[in-house]
Design a protein around this ligand. Sequence first.
Ligand code: AMP
Length: 373
Amino acid sequence: MDKTIGIFGGGQLGRMMAQAALPLNIQCTFFEATTDCPAAALGQVIASPTENALQQFIASADVFSLEFENTPLADVDVLTQHKELYPPRQALATAQNRLLEKALFDQLAIPVAPYKAVHSLDSLKQAVVDLGLPIVLKTTTGGYDGKGQFVLRSEDQIAQAWAELGPAGALIAESFVNFSREVSIIAVRGQNGEVKTWPLAENHHHHGILSHSIVPAPDSADLQPVAQDYITRLLNHLDYVGVLTLELFVTADGLYANEMAPRVHNSGHWSIEGAVCSQFENHIRAVAGLPLGSTDVVRPTVMINIIGQYPKSAEVLALNGAHLHLYNKTERAGRKIGHITLMPNDRAELTSLCRQLAKILPQPLALTQDMHI
Ligand code: AMP
């Protein structure tokens, strides 16, 4: 092996990073709570709760990265005394705290919905006065897939919202954005400062969980350069190395940033088959100090998450051109356990594939009406 990359986290993102690393003769090791994790098939897992585990992990690789956004900063601080971590600590610390994240967006003139910090019932009442209703109340740390959020539509919900989220610690109140759709931009920055960006993905959610992404996002020619500019500002400001994701709302007034993820992202899984170089390979290339690959699209692509329950593999693979990715996770309601990539030749084929897929997948799939490539 030419190099070993140590990765904080051992979930499906780590698994797919390691899959992309192997052809480059790069090995991955993982730091994860349990050795029984999706990445285990691809490399050594160091179980984080065991004694001296962090030291063992630090010794296991040449250079380090992460796939888990809530990687403890204390662990990062120990690591960076000895070895390099990409992306940098500041990117991780900022993404872990919605208030810091919003402040950075403001600083870089990236538009965001008006927001207020909330630390008491009184400050929540004041935020309602200042921002107007509706607002989205969120925990500043730890939320994901829409968890730790409360949409406040009327004043008589204030007490309930505070009772539900107040005990969780610091909160942020954001004006409710009337968006027409949600998109994400993913970019990679190399160690020499080179930046490459994939086309915008249009993302559709079901109960707060990403259901499917369409790439390139339809009718996004005007949005692409704007989103590209925003993410490039972030990458350069943070002196970032690796893949960064920026989630955006499309509104009548243009794009508003929602949040960033300092890692490869579910809405970039399409790129394994749909782009010349995937988000996983380019992340590995950046962390290893190698030249970046082309982010051009091979074919318009639709990525559908498998949530909760596995379909029959043979039925999925019988669909023309379908690619199946299973993460070796146990089935559980609401859990992302795999994904399917479709690369239809035209709309008619897309419609037909989606109809067939809806019958095969155990989960409800509201696909056909909103896929308009
Ligand atoms: P987040 O955890 O911030 O990504 O939020 C999860 C989902 O909640 C987003 O994908 C949006 O659909 C919705 N959401 C979050 N913030 C807002 C907002 N300020 N206005 C409207 N919808 C929001």
